[in-house]
Design a protein around this ligand. Structure first.
Ligand code: SF4
Length: 490
């Protein structure tokens, strides 16, 4: 049963016109206050999506869900949380959304709650399916009705279809037909199922929690959610694995063999993940500091101080300053109270918003040679506005150092980069970008440099936005020809 939709705040978080956050999932099983724990886990992962949020709980027989547009505390109000807690269920899942597929619509907020021949299921998805559109076309021609524009809904239609239901393991059969990135949490009345695509694009971890002497389970996109809940890290959900959390405890099965070359998103470490999280077995803050150190070794410069571009460039700036011996100074201070509700329909207003959001300390910058360290450049328009501010404050020289390679290709696996035409590095050389941004020098961390600081072998990371080396055929996504024939069974 869906709860009535509560009135939602009219405002939405303001999004920078650069790379946007992906989604975050959280799941709880076996805890007395599952809804509250899911809420806190979502709150801890707010950085992974600020557009919409939602929660689903089980009362042991039925599922109850609520979703809405806005930040976690705007959508999951105290009153709603009390009602969710009153169901007394021991399982819940939650989702933070930023639309990477399907558009910014309230109907696309997750978890999606559906009824099918197997009962009810609520699903929360982090990632992006490459073959969802092809499946959707086939389903729609077969008469299926969709009530979202999200790629995630295709998963439920596949799960519900006779072809999958006839399989010994319908969920495994469903997942085998998906191409692309998915870290999933599915809530059924009696269990949570977690699954991760065979490439391991997006993170998904499991922890345990002592709940009045019983072991409860927490799963989340990032370990920061486990930390906030006081859960102990147990392990990652492996690529190609399904993990079931139920009253019987934790059980594992595979729906796919591991692929020889995993594709962990390296951009999680560059930008997206929380610095306190451990992602793909490596702490994010330390990885970013190492990127900054490597950048300082590759592209040193004579300057008076290093200034991080808030907040994303801070960790790499620490490493850059450490390895070059140049002092680190906070010359650009973010206004933390701006950005959530500021409507910016025009370019002029967007530039004003940047000035409002980032304040340059003129007395530090004036007459000085400054190294600005940032994590990435996507379209370049926001960076250019920030650089203009630093120049206007009287900087003598501005040297920009970027702790990842130029982003030249769009992402199809859950990161909302601009289209190829809008990516500044797609058709501009570094010197053309330097001129566009108005800096005295510009250098990017090399790809070998970036991969050298990653803990796992470099071949185990997706770097397609830098190289165009997509692990699946994004132009001709497969719907698995053998299985497509089975769709005729509708
Ligand atoms: S293309 Fe880039 S952002 Fe997308 S999954 Fe690969 S590394 Fe991550």
């Amino acid at each position: 049963m869906h709860l009535p939709i509560l009135p939602q705040p009219a405002t939405r978080p303001e999004q920078a016109p650069e790379a946007k956050e992906k989604c975050g999932v959280v799941a709880i099983w076996g805890a007395a206050h599952a809804a509250s724990l899911a809420y806190l886990g979502m709150y801890a992962q707010q950085h992974r999506g600020q557009e919409a949020a939602g929660i689903a709980v089980t009362d042991g027989q039925l599922l109850h869900a609520h979703t809405g547009m806005g930040l976690v505390p705007e959508v999951i109000t105290d009153e709603l949380l009390q009602r969710m807690e009153a169901f007394n269920g021991r399982g819940a899942i939650g989702h933070n959304r930023y639309s990477t597929a399907g558009g910014s619509l309230a109907c696309n907020a997750q978890p999606l709650l559906e009824s099918y021949v197997g009962g009810q299921v609520a699903i929360a998805h982090n990632g992006n399916l490459v073959n969802a559109a092809a499946f959707r076309r086939r389903f729609e021609h077969a008469g299926h009705l969709f009530h979202t524009t999200s790629d995630t809904e295709v998963i439920v239609h596949l799960l519900a279809s006779p072809a999958q239901q006839a399989a010994p393991d319908p969920l495994a059969a469903t997942l085998r037909r998906l191409q692309g990135a998915f870290s999933l949490a599915l809530l059924f009345h009696d269990r949570v199922e977690l699954a991760r695509d065979p490439w391991g694009w997006r993170p998904l971890v499991i922890g345990t929690l002592d709940d009045h002497g019983r072991t409860a389970y927490v799963a989340a996109s990032e370990t920061i959610a486990l930390d906030v809940l006081g859960a102990r890290f147990l392990r990652e959900v492996e690529p190609g694995e399904i993990v079931t959390l139920s009253e019987a405890g934790l059980a594992s099965r595979r729906f796919s063999d591991p692929v020889p070359r995993p594709a962990h998103c390296v951009f999680e470490h560059v930008y997206f993940a929380h610095p306190a999280s451990t992602v793909f077995g490596q702490n994010v803050q330390l990885a970013r500091e190492a990127m900054g150190e490597r950048l300082g070794t590759e592209s040193p410069v004579v300057a008076d101080f290093v200034a991080p571009m808030p907040d994303s460039g801070r960790s790499a700036a620490i490493g850059f300053a450490r390895v070059t011996g140049i002092p680190l100074r906070e010359a650009i201070v973010p206004n933390r109270y701006v950005g959530r509700t500021f409507i910016r329909p025009t370019q002029a207003q967007r530039q004003l918003a940047v000035r409002l959001k980032l304040n340059v300390v003129e007395d530090i910058v004036r007459g000085k040679r400054v190294v600005i360290v940032d994590d990435s450049i996507v379209r370049g328009t926001t960076t250019r506005a920030k650089i203009a501010q630093i120049r206007a404050a009287g900087a003598l020289e501005i040297h920009l150092r970027i702790s990842c390679p130029p982003i030249k290709h769009p992402c199809f696996f859950g990161v909302d980069f601009a289209t190829r035409e809008q990516l500044i590095a797609a058709d501009k050389t570094p010197s053309q970008i330097r001129d566009f941004l108005g800096v005295d020098s510009l250098a990017f961390l090399s790809l070998p440099g970036l991969l050298s600081v990653m803990k796992r072998p470099g071949t185990h990371y997706c770097d397609a936005c830098y190289t165009g080396d997509y692990r699946v055929d994004v132009d001709n996504p497969s719907t698995d020809p053998a299985a497509v024939g089975q769709l005729a069974m509708f």
